[in-house]
Design a protein around this ligand. Structure first.
Ligand code: CA
Length: 253
């Protein structure tokens, strides 16, 4: 972990307390990693992000990007002094978190546009670009990412039906009386059936990464959710604990 978040509320992180306070101060506001070696472009992007209420952190190289703090979305220049943006794209894609990525491509880089989407980018923006237009694209990608309802409906296994627009959950025809957190938790798990999510990932996705959330908090919400599911007829292992790691929703209820 390294780097600082550049926001109106940002400050240097040199103690653990400062790091926690900073994380808290940026919670709820999207954290964007700007991987760009051209300082002029990076500054313009950071300025536009800041004006739009997003937190930005700049990395000028592949190595700096690897050392950055956790982020929600990366703006990724492909040509970096110590390597290619594609390397980072591949690494992020292979990581459990799979951050959203918008690739910056050169003016005539049609090949790069296609290749970056195939490599897992969410969108691309050709250079030169207007920082405000880039911010609009960032917002659009984050909105798409934040719509787990679509994912949950597509991926929810068998008897589980989630409707995140109406905020309802039904198991095997029986409505579940879930709290807001329990429904979000179930939606996040149901978006990736069979995949283990760490407590940290659950905190980030359900609570927006607020640091006040402890592992025990997560466990107690999972416990309550499990009880309600089992009352509706689900096996207790429908939400399985993976020792030392986290939880997963069984693919076969
Ligand atoms: Ca470059």
């Amino acid at each position: 972990m390294g780097g600082t978040w550049n926001t109106a509320r940002s400050f240097r992180v040199d103690t653990k307390e400062a790091a926690l306070a900073l994380e808290a101060s940026v919670s709820g506001c999207p954290r964007v990693l700007v991987v760009e070696d051209d300082a002029g472009i990076a500054d313009a992007v950071v300025y536009a992000l800041d004006r739009d209420g997003m937190a930005a952190q700049v990395a000028g190289s592949v190595e700096q990007a690897r050392a950055s703090a956790a982020f929600d979305l990366a703006v990724l220049d492909l040509g970096l002094p110590d390597g290619s943006g594609y390397t980072l794209l591949g690494e992020w894609r292979a990581s459990g978190d799979r951050p959203a990525v918008i690739v910056l491509t050169s003016r005539d880089g049609e090949v790069d546009c296609v290749a970056s989407l195939e490599a897992g980018a969410d969108d691309f923006v050709p250079k030169p670009f207007s920082p405000r237009a880039l911010v609009a694209r960032i917002r659009a990608v984050l909105r798409r990412r934040a719509a787990p309802g679509v994912l949950a409906r597509a991926g929810a296994p068998g008897p589980l039906h989630l409707d995140l627009d109406r905020r309802t959950a039904v198991y095997d025809g029986r409505p579940l009386e879930l709290t807001r957190i329990e429904l979000d938790l179930l939606a996040v798990l149901a978006a990736a059936p069979g995949r283990v999510l760490t407590r940290e990932q659950l905190v980030t996705r359900v609570w927006g990464g607020r640091v006040a959330m402890t592992e025990r908090n997560v466990d107690s919400h999972v416990k309550a959710l499990r009880r309600k599911l089992s009352e509706a007829g689900a096996r207790t292992t429908f939400i399985a604990s993976v020792r030392g790691v986290g939880f997963k929703l069984s693919e076969t209820p």
